[in-house]
Design a protein around this ligand. Structure first.
Ligand SMILES: NCC(=O)N[C@H]1[C@@H](O)[C@H](n2cnc3c(N)ncnc32)O[C@@H]1CO
Length: 148
């Protein structure tokens, strides 16, 4: 899994078109979303994650918790983003992983939104620009060497 974490004044998105034949079903309300004072987490779920999705979810949540506490963010935006890796996991696995990351963060007490999966979306982001505002993390299941 590859994550790009951007501490932002706000992140807002608007669904445009389907990017998959069968994107995640969404309500009218989910076609637009916005959070203020947010840790935006752009996530590419990778093929290697398919060997142990539960472990990758746990590691991702721990990394996000760690960054959120450093930047003092209580709002987290989980954003499916297929552009951080050339070895993507299958969509059904990726969606399941992202749903679990969202759920576990909520269980940890964060105010969490997740952008819809399988769509092209317009988005606006206002990065805060402090030294910890732009971070990336690479997560792999244990026992898997990560090719750089
Ligand atoms: N910017 C727009 C976009 O990325 N759209 C992506 C994601 O929403 C989602 N998606 C598919 N596979 C994955 C994956 N392995 N990891 C994360 N998202 C995925 O499906 C869309 C087309 O790839």
């Amino acid at each position: 899994m590859r994550m790009l974490l951007i501490h932002s004044d706000y992140l807002e998105y608007e669904v445009k078109d389907k990017a998959l034949k069968n994107p995640e079903p969404i309500s009218e309300e989910q076609k637009k979303g916005r959070l203020e004072e947010v840790l935006a987490v752009f996530i590419s779920v990778e093929k290697v994650d398919e060997t142990n999705p539960d472990e990758v979810v746990e590691k991702a949540v721990n990394e996000i918790k760690d960054v959120a506490s450093q930047v003092k963010a209580e709002n987290v935006f989980v954003y499916p983003f297929a552009h951080l890796s050339s070895e993507l996991a299958k969509p059904d696995i990726a969606l399941e992983v992202l749903r679990e990351v969202e759920e576990k963060l909520r269980e940890e007490g964060f105010n969490v939104k997740r952008a819809p999966f399988g769509y092209y979306k317009a988005f606006k982001l206002s990065c805060k620009g402090h030294p910890l505002a732009e971070l990336s993390r690479t997560i792999v299941p244990s026992g898997e060497a990560k090719a750089e």
